[in-house]
Design a protein around this ligand. Structure first.
Ligand code: F6P
Length: 194
C-alpha cells in the first residue's frame, strides 16, 4: 500500500467489563471516537484526496467505529478478532479460575497458544495471509479491526518477528499511519485524546 491507516474499534462494552471476544456495541466513549475519526483522518491526510477504502471486520464494533467515514467500505471475516473459543465472553480473571493451566500456558507461549475451540496468534497470522496479499496490491487503505489482528498486521509491515506480535502495544482511540518506503516503513501515531 502507499499508505495504510490502522485503528482498533472504539471502546466497546466488553472492553469496559474486560470480557474477551463477543460482538458487543460501542460505549458512549467508543461512539465519541467513531465521531472524531473522520476529522482525525482528514487532518492526517492534509488535504490530499487520494481514493481510500475502509476495511472492517464483520463485528458490530468495527462497523460502528467506521460508520461516519465517508469512503467505500468492505467487510472481511478474516479481520474478525482472534477466536477465544471456550473463553469467549470470559474475563482474564475468570479464565485464570476456570482454566488455570491454559492461563499459564498462554503466558508461556502466547504466539502458539491456541484457545480450546479457538485460535492462536499463529492461526491469525495464517488467516491474514490473503489480506496481506491484497493489501500489497492496494493504494490507500484504512483498516478498522481488533487488538490481536492489528498486532499481526502491524508486525508484518514493521518487520517485527511474528512471535513478538502478541505483546505489541496497540492502544484504543489511536490512529496509526504506516507508510512503506525504500528505507523501511515510516510510522505515525495520532491519539484521539478520548
Ligand atoms: O480485550 C480485547 C481483545 O480484543 C479481546 O477480544 C481479545 O481476546 C484480546 O483483546 C486479545 O489480546 P490478548 O491476546 O493480549 O489477550
Amino acid at each position: 500500500p502507499r499508505r495504510l491507516w490502522l485503528s482498533r474499534h472504539g471502546e466497546s462494552q466488553f472492553n469496559l467489563t474486560g470480557q474477551l471476544g463477543g460482538d458487543a456495541d460501542l460505549t458512549d466513549r467508543g461512539m465519541l471516537y467513531a465521531q472524531k475519526l473522520p476529522s482525525l483522518l482528514k487532518a492526517a491526510l492534509n488535504g490530499e484526496d487520494a481514493p481510500l477504502t475502509v476495511w472492517t471486520s464483520t463485528l458490530q464494533r468495527t462497523q460502528q467505529t467506521a460508520q461516519y467515514l465517508p469512503y467505500p467500505k468492505i467487510q472481511w471475516k478474516a479481520l474478525d478478532e482472534l477466536d477465544a473459543g471456550v473463553c469467549d465472553g470470559l474475563t482474564y480473571e475468570e479464565i485464570k479460575n476456570k482454566y488455570p493451566e491454559d492461563f499459564y500456558n498462554r503466558d508461556e507461549n502466547k504466539f502458539e497458544y491456541r484457545y480450546r475451540g479457538g485460535e492462536s496468534y499463529y492461526d491469525v497470522t495464517t488467516r491474514l495471509d490473503p489480506i496481506i496479499m491484497e493489501l500489497e496490491r492496494q493504494e490507500n487503505i484504512m483498516i478498522v479491526t481488533h487488538q490481536a489482528v492489528l498486532r499481526c498486521i502491524y508486525a508484518y509491515f514493521m518487520n517485527v518477528p511474528p512471535e513478538s506480535s502478541p505483546w505489541l502495544d496497540v492502544p484504543l482511540h489511536t490512529l496509526i499511519c504506516l507508510q512503506p518506503g525504500a528505507r523501511g516503513t515510516v510510522e505515525t501515531r495520532i491519539s484521539a485524546n478520548i
